[in-house]
Design a protein around this ligand. Sequence first.
Ligand code: SF4
Length: 107
Amino acid sequence: MGVRPISQSGDNDMWVEDWALRAACRETAKPDELFVRGAEQNQAKQVCQGCPVRTECLAEALDNQIEWGVWGGMTERERRALVRRHPSASWRKILETARTRAQTASA
Ligand code: SF4
């Protein structure tokens, strides 16, 4: 589907249920920085680059069709395009499976 799993730390082979507690943006960004508009979103996405729970965050936004702000390193427009192409997908299942496959292949 053109969505790659994101593994930043190399140690996150299990799905993190309480991912928000490990969010990089908890430490580095003011909440409003991720809820900007237009071109500012591309700058806001940089906060997500090293986030250890980026995949979980992205799945949360896609599965709940959150339309506002940067989540999982994707802008609202980017997420909307994915959801439009696969409106009934379980993004958690897709991303979790893709991550497991990628880790198995690299082992
Ligand atoms: S991926 Fe980005 S928005 Fe999501 S928790 Fe990490 S830093 Fe925050």
